[in-house]
Ligand binder design. Structure first.
Ligand code: COA
Length: 378
């Protein structure tokens, strides 16, 4: 093998078939099971999209009611999980806490090794129903507050706000959050999904696959970018500084968080929909702080496109949107998990249905073969 044959970062490599989503770089678009994501985000609730991702079709009213009832029946984390959350290091990143909690869920679930289609589906719904409560409980415990138990009276997104803050905000804010859930749900063979599929390919269990995927998503080049965007906006400090900050950062060849994409080179189709929801939310909040973050984002976006022809990705509008919803910055990536659990688990199901162990080759660049000299002669 020669160096030229190595596909660094697996860039351009088609590793398997998938029917879950399609990324079309030529049109910068994305579909889940054939539906454009922006269409789904504006016309459906996230529960419908989750159903679609797992069941291949959008639900009828009766199917959605049954699905919601199933999800609600799985809500409610165990007392042992609450104890675990209370024991975790409060200075650790919430993604580390979530990774530990999902791994804990796996060892507690006696059906963990059941990877039949039904077994995988049941556990996917269980994680979908319980991960939001884990994230919310950890969020409150870190702030020295008591966790708020889940309720079966509220929809998926409303329930998450309730568990975090004890109340549900205005509909435009819930809609913005719900749309972000749909837009984050699935994205073909990104690093975390490929990690989940790689783990599933060894016939390991679905909790192990999701635990590994959480570790992958945590990195700032992947899911962690929404947090990094917010740190960046705080550093910029205001709309009046935005242009000079960006020009200076570009002159110093800094990596600007929330911009660029391995696949989309001319813009990400999820961004206009999310940006529109963010703008509507800013109008409803109406505070000077909200308007400042909106203005700052607009300027940074404009300068980056003008200077580098690099477009924002989904993390760019979601970072400040989550912040203005009242979430602490380190919880942004766990919020991404609340959504992406749908895509990851659909891929685990797909991998297991037509499994081939993932095992690429490597190009060895170390020393040539040599003899071992016994220790007394070294
Ligand atoms: N800020 C500044 N320059 C960037 C950039 C960014 N966010 N993203 C890409 N570029 C530049 C690179 O420096 C490179 O320039 P060069 O050709 O002069 O060296 C060029 O654009 C190509 O970038 P490259 O890093 O090869 O693209 P990639 O496909 O490997 O990287 C990302 C994709 C996502 C890793 C990269 O765009 C990035 O780090 N973005 C910021 C993190 C982020 O928002 N991640 C979330 C992704 S959804």
């Amino acid at each position: 093998m020669t160096d030229s044959e190595v596909k660094y970062g697996l860039a351009g490599v088609v590793a398997d078939d998938t029917a879950v989503s399609k990324v079309m770089p030529e049109t910068n678009s994305l579909t889940y099971r054939g539906y454009a994501v922006q269409d789904l985000a504006t016309k459906c609730r996230f529960e419908e999209v989750a159903y679609l991702i797992w069941n291949r079709e959008l639900p009828t009213k009766a199917q959605l009611a049954a699905f919601n009832a199933l999800e609600k029946s799985e809500r409610g984390i165990s007392p042992a999980m609450l104890t675990l959350i209370g024991m975790l290091n409060r200075h650790a990143h919430p993604m580390d806490a979530l990774r530990t909690a999902v791994s804990f869920m796996g060892q507690a679930d006696e059906t963990a090794e059941d990877s039949s289609p039904k077994g995988l589906y049941d556990k996917s719904i269980r994680m979908f129903a319980q991960i939001p409560e884990i994230v919310a409980a950890d969020f409150r415990v870190r702030a020295g507050k008591a966790p708020i138990p889940t309720t079966k009276d509220l929809g998926f997104s409303e329930n998450f706000f309730h568990m975090c803050f004890g109340k549900v905000p205005q509909p435009e804010i819930v809609k913005c959050f719900d749309m972000s859930m749909t837009l984050y749900a699935e994205h073909s063979f990104n690093a975390s999904t490929f990690t989940a599929r790689t783990i599933a390919s060894s016939l390991s269990d679905i909790y192990s696959a999701v635990t590994g995927a959480i570790g992958s998503l945590k990195g700032p080049l992947h899911g962690g970018a929404n947090e990094a965007v917010m740190h960046m906006l705080k550093e910029v400090g205001g709309a009046k500084n935005a242009e000079s900050w960006m020009m200076d950062a570009l002159a110093k060849k800094k990596n600007i968080m929330g911009f660029g994409h391995r696949v989309y080179k001319k813009g990400d189709s999820r961004v206009p929909t999310m940006t529109d929801a963010f703008r509507k939310m800013v109008d409803v909040i109406g505070t000077p702080e909200a308007r400042e973050y909106w203005e700052m984002s607009r300027i940074l976006d404009k300068i980056m496109v003008r200077e580098k022809n690099i477009y924002p990705n989904l993390d760019f509008p979601t970072g400040p949107a989550y912040y203005l919803m009242g979430f602490e910055i380190p919880i942004f990536t766990p919020i991404f998990v609340i959504s992406r659990i749908t895509g990851w688990t659909a891929h685990v199901m797909e991998q297991r249905a037509a499994n081939k162990l993932v095992r690429p080759l490597s190009n060895y660049v170390g020393v040539a073969q040599r003899d071992v000299v016994p220790i007394e002669k070294r």
